[in-house]
Write a protein that binds this ligand. Structure first.
Ligand code: HSE
Length: 438
């Protein structure tokens, strides 16, 4: 069989990684597939900037039609990112009968249904291992190796930029903005880094994971999404005093036919392996009814790990083509007709423990007032600290309380009431705690 011819849309940092990998490991790939995988066309609006890799100038083009209209190209790698023109190009490539490999989590999280349906109509495959967890092969594991399981939960640290920033804040007391600039320089961050910091990128990945694990469509805009920009050094320190580390966690759960899908800073016990996931590393923890808990760990962003996932998808497609296997699997691993739309649990109904940081005046009756309001809403206190004692009772002090499990709706109602009290000087900070990770 002749070489598999591939087209690349988007020649940025990750695209350059793909070019490099296909060249450096060409013999290895040939030994595993039985044919070569060759980049026949690379399309980008900018074909003059040096990407640090050598390509035959004849391969470069500024016109996507050069790729779509080439019948020899059987696979298109989409690395443009974002919604448009990526969506139009992917749909056009599918229409032309080409298989797709993409790292575009934003596109799939919002427009996956339309793209999967188009791929099904044309009988082509769409692979997107690089969209979640960089180089970590978690999607393939869910769809294939763990396909025999009903999943109960999928929880993880899925944004390298946030994890890098939180790690350095925790370990060195580093400054948030400075660390964001470093993460950008290292090529971890999205073109718009607020997607990283505000949890949107993590929510994109969670949407994909929830669909794959639970076989459900999910409305991306209904995923509760909160980023790390309001986390202070003080919160990191108090969390540590209670025996926890703060991570930006994506949490997907399925119970009683209802899906939980939420992204927010979360306190994880110090002894749990997830709290030891540092820097750009990601980790994703799944629970299956037969396999039990499984955890995946690896580099969640960066040129080489992402290229590894993309070329892994290419190799899988090349093997199928070589075997004449056609479309082996629907994109989510479930038959297209079996994908449901399960209800999403409202945030007010979730149950969690919480760390509450009050900024309150240091005078008689303050604790009683706070504890009374919590008690009135059925919230039980597990422990508390008030570490700073001020000389003047007019200066606010932090009072930090860890609760037993409570409904989020009750916490919100209690805090609204407490924050209206004269003794409270700033809006109360609350951080959810995930204790059940054994
Ligand atoms: N911006 C993402 C991150 C890149 O920081 O993890 C990988 O999706």
């Amino acid at each position: 069989m002749s070489d598999i011819k591939v087209g690349l849309l988007g020649f940025g940092n990750i695209g350059a990684g793909v070019v490099k990998l296909l060249r450096e490991n060409a013999d290895l790939i040939r030994n595993k597939v039985g044919t070569g995988i060759v980049l026949k066309r690379i399309v980008d609006l900018d074909i003059t900037t040096d990407r640090g890799v050598t390509v035959d100038p004849g391969v470069l083009s500024t016109s996507a039609d050069d790729l779509f209209n080439d019948p020899e190209i059987s696979v298109v790698i989409e690395l443009i990112g974002g919604y448009e023109p990526a969506k139009t190009f992917v749909l056009k490539a599918i229409e032309k009968g080409k298989n797709i490999v993409t790292a575009n989590k934003a596109l799939l999280a919002l427009h996956g249904d339309e793209i999967y349906a188009a791929a099904a109509r044309k009988g082509v495959e769409i692979q997107f291992e690089a969209a979640v967890g960089g180089g970590i092969p978690v999607l393939t594991a869910i769809k294939s190796n763990l396909a025999a399981n009903n999943f109960g939960s999928v929880i993880g640290i899925m944004n390298g930029t946030c994890n890098y920033i939180l790690t350095r804040m925790t370990q060195e007391g580093a400054d948030f903005a400075e660390m964001l600039a470093v993460a950008q320089e290292l090529g971890y961050a999205e073109p718009d880094p607020t997607f990283d910091i505000e949890g949107v990128d993590t929510a994109h990945k969670l949407a994909i994971l929830v669909s794959l694990c639970f076989g459900t469509k999910i409305d991306f805009n209904s995923i509760y999404t909160e980023g790390i920009s309001r986390i202070s050094g003080q919160d990191v320190k108090f969390a540590n005093d209670f025996g926890y580390r703060i991570k930006l966690l994506a949490i997907g759960k399925l119970s009683d036919g209802q899906v939980e899908a939420r992204v927010h800073p979360t306190m994880i016990p110090l002894h749990n392996p997830l709290s030891e996931v540092n820097g750009v590393f990601n980790a994703i923890r799944l629970t299956g009814d037969f396999v039990g808990p499984v955890m995946f760990y690896g580099r969640g962003a960066g040129q080489n790990p992402t290229a590894s996932a993309i070329v892994g998808d290419l190799i899988g497609l090349a093997r199928s083509m070589k075997a004449g296997a056609g479309r082996r699997m629907a994109p989510l691993g479930f038959l297209d007709a079996e994908v449901k739309t399960l209800p999403l649990k409202p945030m007010g109904d979730i149950v969690s423990k919480y760390m509450l940081r009050f900024s309150a005046l240091d005078k008689p009756g303050v604790l009683a007032a706070i504890a009374g309001a919590l008690g009135n809403h059925g919230i039980s206190i597990e422990s508390m600290v008030q570490t700073t004692h001020q000389d003047s009772d007019a200066t606010p002090v932090p009072i930090v309380i860890k609760t037993h499990e409570a409904r989020e709706g009750s916490i919100q109602a209690a805090l609204a009431e407490i924050d209206r009290m004269d003794i409270i000087c700033e809006k109360t900070v609350f951080i959810r705690i995930e204790d059940n990770l054994e």
